[in-house]
Write a protein that binds this ligand. Structure first.
Ligand code: HEM
Length: 505
């Protein structure tokens, strides 16, 4: 090729690439402001392995209502209480659908799941069931002895570590307590143990599901890759899901057998066994037609409850203990508040005591402000095109509410990076969805249904751990040397597990 024709060819290629680059990356000018998207990948490269931090930094440039293109998905990021209120209060219904990650589609989970269904009739029915049988104040009051018993077992485990002069893996121990509290509430049985030599099948399956759900998945950004399962997440997810469903099926089958035996038995003692949540849910299946609540609905509901309601609690507790170990004066103040209320007796903190422990409550709020376990809530989705603050939010846009960024915004909180429970003592700020500067459980109709049980568990566990023990770091590590990094996944636990040595008081 001679020089002029190769020059013309190169020039044409250059012009075409610029055209493709500009057209495919072009922003809709009515979308909320945001960084310029690259063709095909959009803004993916602007996310680090801690996307809550990357998006918090970006929102400082582009504002509290920001838009990005993550792969081919338009994503709206909310980073202020005002905008959060506009979406989840003023326009609650319009943003009440879920943007479904591919791993939630395994076994058609998203078509049955309370966490992923659109906010329609089927979802409302499931919310009603959880309220009526699990989370109403009446249900929770009636089951507090279960949580007390499980917290006592946690303390027994800690005492054993104390005797053996061993450090406690706080997150792992709290995870066991959370699983067993929930499993006893529902099935009246433990599903895991503290000692790792015993069977951990259930714990491993829950961990597995959470791990694959928490991994950034290329398929969510480029659905065209779905048939290739490039990270093997679908294959792995199927293995864990089979294991989990297998365990639930076995429990359900055993219960059905026991019920059949007891209904045909003439022995009154056998007949009058205690009814638990599983019995009530099985009764619901018996009474209604399959289309309303079936055995399959029950299995998927159980998956949601255990996935949503265990690591969220243990992660929060691990961060609370981390901060208390770093701040011994605050621990002492909380302990004093408890011993004063108990009037020096050795009685454990109970649920009825929580309202009289304002400093303990402030510690939990402060922990959830700094370390919300789900930093973006669960992804919401716009039901149809909506205008917000003069900007265009298109139908099916994914909505991420960066509660981590809101919790650390210096315009809202003084000394936002400092752990200072005292800030909550003289103000009426709660995490029940009304104060948008603190919404670790979300707000509006998709708000966490397990809030009340989480509230009770967190106060009981933390209160008892500091009431009965003092704590120091393993190997006499100095608190200044603690690694305070978090790990991003389905929840945001510590990067390095907290290993703390208990000292009996
Ligand atoms: C510290 C503990 C917990 C935190 C911080 C937490 C936080 C959240 C958040 C942020 C959401 C999504 C809200 C939204 O997208 O607007 C959620 C949803 C949910 N949570 Fe929790 N949660 C906790 C404990 C629990 C517990 C103990 C359970 C049940 C045993 C539970 C069950 C659920 C369920 C089923 C959903 C889905 C609700 C729906 O989509 O309608 N959570 N949670």
């Amino acid at each position: 090729m001679d020089y002029p024709s190769s020059f013309i060819l190169l020039l044409s290629l250059f012009i075409i690439s610029i055209y493709v680059f500009v057209i495919s990356g072009r922003r809709n000018s009515r979308l909320p402001p945001g960084p310029y998207p690259f063709p095909v990948i959009g803004n993916l490269f602007q996310l680090s392995n801690k996307p809550h931090r990357s998006l918090a930094a970006l929102s400082k440039c582009y504002g509290p209502l920001m838009s990005l293109k993550l792969g081919c998905k338009t994503t709206i990021v909310v980073s202020s209480p005002d905008v959060a209120k506009e979406l989840f209060h003023t326009n609650d219904l319009l943003f009440s659908n879920r943007s479904i990650p591919d791993t939630a589609r395994l076994m058609d989970h998203h078509k049955i799941s309370i966490a992923w269904l659109p906010a329609g009739e089927q979802w409302r029915r499931l919310r009603k069931i959880t309220r009526e049988f699990l989370f109403s104040r009446q249900c929770l009051d009636g089951t507090q002895h279960i949580r007390m018993e499980k917290v006592q077992e946690l303390l027994d485990h800690v005492s054993q570590c104390c005797i053996n002069e061993k450090a406690v893996n706080i997150g792992a121990a709290a995870f066991t307590t959370s699983i067993n509290s929930l499993s006893n509430l529902i099935f009246s049985k433990d599903l895991c143990q503290y000692v790792s030599t015993e069977s951990q099948e259930f714990k491993d399956a829950i961990w597995g599901v959470m791990e694959i759900r928490g991994k950034p998945n290329l398929v969510d950004f480029f659905p065209i890759l779905k048939p290739f399962d490039p990270q093997g997440l679908t294959r792995l997810g199927q293995v864990y899901a089979n294991k989990l469903f297998g365990i639930f099926d076995e429990i359900i089958d055993q219960r059905l057998e026991t019920r059949t035996r007891s209904s045909s038995s003439s022995n009154e003692a056998v007949k009058s066994t205690k009814i638990d949540v599983l019995d009530m849910l099985l009764n619901l299946i018996d009474l209604n037609d399959e289309s309303k609540f079936s055995r399959n609905d029950l299995r998927h509901l159980l998956v949601d409850l255990f996935v949503a309601g265990t690591e969220t609690i243990s992660t929060t507790l691990e961060w609370a203990m981390t901060e208390l170990i770093r701040n011994p004066k605050k621990t002492e103040r909380a302990r004093l508040e408890i011993t004063k209320l108990m009037q020096g007796s050795s009685k454990l903190v109970q649920e009825k005591d929580i309202s009289q422990l304002p400093y303990l409550q402030a510690i939990i709020k402060e922990t959830l402000r700094l370390y919300p376990p789900t930093p973006f809530l669960l992804p919401h989705e716009a039901i149809h095109d909506v205008e917000v603050r003069g900007y265009f939010v298109p139908k099916n846009a994914r909505i991420l509410c960066n509660v981590w960024a809101i919790g650390r915004d210096p315009n809202i909180w003084s000394g936002p990076e400092i752990f200072m429970p005292e800030r909550f003592l003289d103000v009426e700020i709660d995490y029940r969805g009304q104060n948008f500067e603190l919404i670790p459980f979300g707000s509006g109709r998709r708000m966490c249904p397990g809030l009340n049980v989480a509230h009770r568990m967190l106060h009981l566990m933390l209160g008892s751990l500091i009431q009965k023990f003092d704590w120091k770091l393993e190997g006499n590590m100095r608190v200044e040397d603690m690694d305070m990094e978090e790990k991003f996944g389905l929840t945001c636990p510590r990067n390095v597990p907290l290993m703390a040595v208990p000292i009996k008081l």
